[in-house]
Design a protein around this ligand. Structure first.
Ligand SMILES: [Cu+2]
Length: 262
């Protein structure tokens, strides 16, 4: 197990680490196996027709007919029903995947993509210092967490003061500079672009553990360095890791910030 962990990190969306990816896998599994079944049935019918009705001699003419209404209605309706069923199944699950639930609001993190790293901002201390972690996003386990995703690059700097009622994400996007990045941790949720001048939102709810991802929008020479780690911690451990220090500094080496620790 340790050997496996040392050799490779598992970023497969098939190995879900939370409720959003669970739902995505529900949709994927249904669409995938329906497609496999349809493909096998169509190929089998095709092979059957090719061999059963093949021309046996030069003067053997196949039966000629046209205008079989029942057949035409059937081959129109059947694919339509299959298509509508898959469409309905997908559409029924999309709101859960896409719409950040209201109870994620207190756990909103601003995700800032910049050449070439990720900053995660959890809010500010009473003295106004931003509480931030870099590369690693800490989340409370089994809890809805909202992400507001923005991009900024020099000459822009994340603003130090915010307008009245303005969120950090709104202040950064108002500056409108940066290049496109994309936040993607496949075992937790789908992919979301970080676009200059825009605030994109997504959410996740992670079971305890450590999850990995990376920037998935080619953004420059350091693109490959934009790795992401998500550590899902028990609620009290999360509180002391992220909000425990009076000066607002998150220490990634502290015991509170270790997955499966203290
Ligand atoms: Cu990038």
């Amino acid at each position: 197990m340790n050997l496996l962990a040392a050799c490779c990190v598992d970023t497969s969306p098939l190995h879900s680490g939370g409720t959003v990816d669970d739902t995505m896998q529900t949709v994927f599994t249904a669409v995938f196996w329906s497609s496999v079944a349809l493909g096998v049935i169509v190929a089998a019918l095709l092979l059957y027709a090719m061999f059963r009705f093949r021309r046996r001699s030069d003067d053997d003419d196949p039966e000629q007919f046209h205008g079989n209404t029942r057949l035409e209605i059937a081959w129109t309706l059947l694919p339509l029903v299959v298509f509508l069923a898959l469409f309905g199944f997908t559409a029924a699950h999309m709101p859960f995947i896409n719409d950040t639930p209201a109870d994620a609001a207190p756990n909103t993190v601003t995700v800032i993509g910049q050449q070439f790293s990720w900053t995660f901002d959890y809010g500010a201390t009473s003295s106004g210092k931003r509480i931030e972690s870099f590369t690693t996003l800490y989340v409370p386990e089994n809890t809805d967490v909202g992400l507001q995703i923005v991009s900024t690059d020099p000459p822009c700097k994340p603003p130090t003061t915010l307008g009245n009622g303005q969120t950090l994400a709104q202040a950064i996007s108002a500056e409108g500079c940066g290049v496109n990045h994309s936040f993607y941790v496949p075992s937790l949720a789908g992919q979301m672009n970080a676009i200059p001048g825009q605030v994109n939102t997504m959410w996740l709810n992670a079971r305890p553990g450590t999850y990995y991802g990376q920037c998935t929008e080619l953004c420059g020479v350091g693109h490959a360095k934009m790795l992401i780690t998500v550590i899902s911690l028990p609620q009290n451990q999360y509180q002391s890791c992220v909000f425990g220090s009076p000066n607002g500094t998150i220490d990634p080496t502290s015991p509170a910030c270790q997955a499966g620790g203290s």
